[in-house]
Design a protein around this ligand. Structure first.
Ligand code: GLN
Length: 244
């Protein structure tokens, strides 16, 4: 199928509340990497109270505990719809606070448990220590075997069942600083603690998500044309293994 005739719809979940540490850069990367290939993107910024339409790819960023309270209530109202979207192989990417709400719950240090929408078989409890710093993750599903970013969270996430990690932590803490896992995946739902923003420095992962979303939409595997990623890969490689 010719790239120029392709379309993709992206639903951005609650960017006015969850959008920390440049998480919008993930949306910009997805849109640009489609645009550079002539793929048309329909971008939908979803706010509190909005009716969520079907999309090929959903994104949600990170945020403070406070903002997570409002978003968790809103997400929970749409839980059945979003689980249905997951089961239709829509792609989801959640960063940090948004990732935590993709699980069953997030128990902040102070305050009531926030219900998640169980897209992932995972749960999060806030720890006493804040994990802040660069992270390098070794993955086994991308052509480039590392993912880089930075983390800033007190939440400790534990994954279980058929949910698998994005990879193994080489530098940094990742999900909980103990089991050496970072992030999570179930079907086409991805969660990670990697801010930065993540996708500009991990172009292979960005393209992987775009290809999954196109496959979901068109029902066939679509291999994206290569882009000149020299600068992105140079940036990526400069961060691999870097702690500070
Ligand atoms: N408030 C959550 C935590 O501290 C998420 C933080 C974030 O999104 N960076 O773990």
């Amino acid at each position: 199928m010719k790239e120029g005739s392709l379309k993709l719809s992206i639903g951005h979940l609650y960017p006015k509340l969850l959008n920390l540490y440049g998480d919008m850069g993930n949306i910009i990367t997805l849109m640009k990497r489609c645009e550079w290939r002539g793929i048309k993107v329909e971008y939908d910024s979803i706010g509190i109270g909005d009716n969520i339409k079907e999309h090929d790819l959903y994104f949600i960023g990170g945020g403070q505990d406070r903002q997570q309270v409002e978003v968790s209530e809103e997400l929970y109202k749409n839980k059945d719809f979003l689980i249905d979207e997951r089961d239709k192989n829509a792609v989801f990417l959640g960063i940090c606070g948004g990732y935590q709400l993709f699980g069953h719950y997030y128990q902040p240090f102070d305050g009531d448990k926030l219900l998640g929408i169980s897209l992932l078989d995972a749960y999060t409890v806030a720890g006493k220590k804040r994990f802040i710093g660069n992270v390098t993750v070794e993955n086994n599903f991308l052509d480039v075997k590392t993912l880089v970013g930075f983390e800033n969270h007190s939440g400790l996430t534990y994954i279980q069942g058929d949910t698998v990690p994005l990879g193994k932590v080489i530098v940094g803490n990742g999900n909980n600083g103990v089991d050496k896992t970072e992030g999570a995946r179930y079907k086409n739902v991805f969660g990670t603690y990697l801010h930065g923003s993540l996708l500009p420095k991990n172009p292979t992962f960005a393209d992987y998500l775009i290809e999954l979303a196109l496959e979901k939409k068109y029902g066939e595997k679509i291999k994206l044309a290569k882009l000149d990623d020299e600068l992105e890969i140079k940036t990526h490689n400069s961060l691999v293994g870097k702690a500070y």
